[in-house]
Design a protein around this ligand. Sequence first.
Ligand code: ZN
Ligand code: ZN
Length: 176
Amino acid sequence: MAHVIEPAASGRSKCRGCGEPIAKGELRLGERLPNPFADGEMTFWYHLICAAYKRPETLLEAVAQTGASLDNRETLEREAQRGIDHRRLPRINGVHRAPSARARCRSCREPITKDTWRIPLVFFEEDQFNASGFVHASCCLEYFETTDVIDRLKHYSSDLSADDLAQLRQELAIAR
Ligand SMILES: [Zn+2]
Ligand SMILES: [Zn+2]
């Protein structure tokens, strides 16, 4: 079966992209994947914007086929296309200050010192998102080939203050 875009029938489905519930009536994307344990398919649900950020090919396929009218169609298609053009962008899973100095940056391979801004990464493998290390926020350009990532960082780290965002913009600017 093809992927589907439809209003959530209840508020019980959770988005695979962010882990948050999808509100009843909100348009959601159902990604159909072969069931590895049985015949047939599984459906994974996403907020549309989470699908655009993290499953760009699926989102574009579903948007091309859907009869539903999407208010933010342009944004969804643009963000999904960016995730295809810059193939590492869908790995972004927010941003935070390193709580310890144990991790190394996947881009520059240097240790990420405590309290430095870092971007956690997830890889979609075997039907799930797996946590797969970090990059310095200041290595953003090197790793993602773009510093236009603030919306993604905010989306997956909704607790960022205005100060945090100002600092982050500086970190990203270092990379330019
Ligand atoms: Zn989501
Ligand atoms: Zn780095």
